[in-house]
Design a protein around this ligand. Structure first.
Ligand code: GLN
Length: 494
């Protein structure tokens, strides 16, 4: 007879990780392959195939990234209110598959239609799988952060493979193959989920279980139809970056208003306070991502022109290092840091979440200081050390690991069950703003004269990195200084 999975039996797992975490890990890994595959080819594809200039392509890249993350907020709300996480995931996955197949069919003609579907699909998929990871743990289970650490490795395995394979296929074989590969792995992700979702028991089931089935189905269909109907609107918005600005100015304030509306509905004082604490973490994360995401913009340009091609004893393209070192470091260090937190907990000196966040900023600051410091290793032409650059990536990754998986974890700890999708969506919406701000920061840092010497470019970028280092330090200090206040809001949550 098949074992019945109840919430209790799932959450009372033995060992370090629940087995369901591995299934969600695998599903998310393929989704991230698909997402980072698309992201990796985006800018080059738009320049070489759609005839955009570098600048237009950069702007559009930023807009698409911002849109993808902004839609997680909407996907999270619909999951909380109508679909539940499981159905959202399935729907999002299918939409992502169709989006990539459409582009694969005719990359030059149908690119924007396919991207629009990817935006909607990711919106339904990404926040909700993370919320399900949170549901695997009981309140107060100290293994939760380590679980998110492992899950984060899965994210980065997918990111690394997707980024490498899709770029390789696109550049050296055919763009259709690149998008087809993304579609195929997404099929693997969705099938993995379908086969393993029974082990999740009630986790991610419909929030409308008590509603008559006919009514429930009507609402679900309304969400599906509404999403499809919004395609032309999103399509228009990504085609014209002016609309993206308008969208970004609107969605944030609307999200905050909606958050306040939900906050006021929460009856208990403790619940309200926890939500406010989550909100503070989310606001700080915007600053973190705005700096961190220089990797896709200014650091990529810096890597292209200002770095030697030697890492330790071998020769390598600095852009490959720029695109892969973060994921590689995450894959190696994320489970280790997760286990370090557990060990520190047992020894009774594990830092609390606010301090971990603060540490994230201090490492971020350290990393940008190292990026700045590369200028002291430059030759007369303005070309500097790839080794020091890679070291900075190691430091920034440690910072990311103190903040990003911990952030996912804390959002699940602080959100009431009926709002966890929305809150996870807000967490990623902060990433959308981070991406958006990253582009503005990067543009501000680059030398205004495109024909400037490499030395001038080096100085201009590293001056910018120095500033970021100081700002990150200030943010970290503020966070640590106000940590008693935030901890009060967090109540019993650690
Ligand atoms: N790299 C992580 C992921 O893809 C975090 C992204 C983010 O929140 N900006 O899930």
């Amino acid at each position: 007879m098949q074992k019945e999975y109840t919430l209790e039996s799932i959450q009372n797992f033995e060992g370090k990780y629940p087995k369901q975490l591995w299934y969600l890990f695998l599903t998310e890994m393929w989704e991230r392959f698909c997402f980072y595959g698309m992201r990796g080819v985006l800018a080059i594809f738009m320049v070489s195939q759609l005839g955009l200039t570098d600048q237009e392509s950069n702007l559009k890249y930023g807009a698409i990234q911002a849109f993808v993350y902004a839609f997680t907020f909407i996907g999270g709300i619909f999951a909380d209110k109508i679909l539940g996480f499981k159905k959202s995931l399935f729907f999002g996955g299918i939409i992502m598959i169709i989006g990539n197949l459409i582009i694969a069919f005719s990359p030059q003609d149908l690119f924007y239609v396919g991207i629009t579907l990817s935006i909607i699909g990711t919106g339904f998929f990404k926040p909700n799988i993370s919320s399900m990871v949170g549901d695997l743990y009981k309140e107060g289970d100290v293994r939760r952060d380590a679980g998110f650490g492992l899950f984060y490795s899965g994210i980065n395995i997918g990111a690394l493979l997707g980024g490498a394979i899709c770029v390789y296929l696109g550049k050296y074989h055919s763009w259709s193959y690149a998008f087809l590969a993304a579609a195929i792995v997404m099929v693997i992700g969705v099938v993995t989920f379908l086969y393993t979702k029974k082990y999740l028991g009630p986790i991610g089931d419909s929030p409308l279980k008590d509603l008559a089935p006919a009514k429930r189905t009507t609402r679900e269909i309304a969400v599906y139809v509404g999403s499809i109907l919004s395609i032309p609107l999103i399509f228009a918005m990504i085609k014209n970056t002016k609309y993206t600005d308008m969208f970004m100015y609107t969605i944030g304030p609307l999200a905050i208003l909606y958050f306040i509306f939900e906050l006021l509905k929460v009856k208990e004082d403790a619940g309200k306070k926890k939500l406010m604490a989550a909100f503070i973490f989310i606001i700080f994360s915007i600053v973190f991502w705005a700096f961190f995401e220089q990797s896709g913009g200014s650091l990529a340009l810096f890597a292209e022109k200002n770095l030697h091609h030697t890492l330790l004893f071998f020769s390598i393209d600095p852009n490959i290092v720029n695109n892969t070192s973060n994921s590689l470091f995450v894959i190696v260090f994320s489970p280790l840091i997760g286990l370090l937190w557990l060990w520190m907990y047992k020894k009774k000196f594990e830092p609390n979440t606010v301090i971990k966040f603060g540490l994230g900023f201090l490492f971020l600051s350290g990393a940008f200081y190292v990026f700045y410091y590369t200028r002291f290793f430059a030759n007369v032409e303005g070309i500097t050390s790839l080794n020091i650059f890679t070291l900075a990536y190691l430091v920034i990754t440690i910072g990311e690991l103190c903040l990003s998986p911990i952030g996912l974890s804390i959002v699940t700890k602080l959100s009431p069950k009926n709002l966890s999708g929305m809150m996870m969506g807000m967490w990623f919406l902060a990433s959308a703003y981070g991406q958006y701000a990253a582009g503005l920061l990067g543009a501000g840092m680059s030398s205004p004269d495109p024909n400037a010497s490499l030395m001038t470019k080096l100085q201009s970028y590293t001056d910018g990195y120095y500033q970021l280092s100081i700002y990150a330090l200030v943010a970290g200090i503020i966070l640590i200084a106000i940590s008693p206040l935030i901890r009060k809001l967090m109540m019993e949550v650690k």
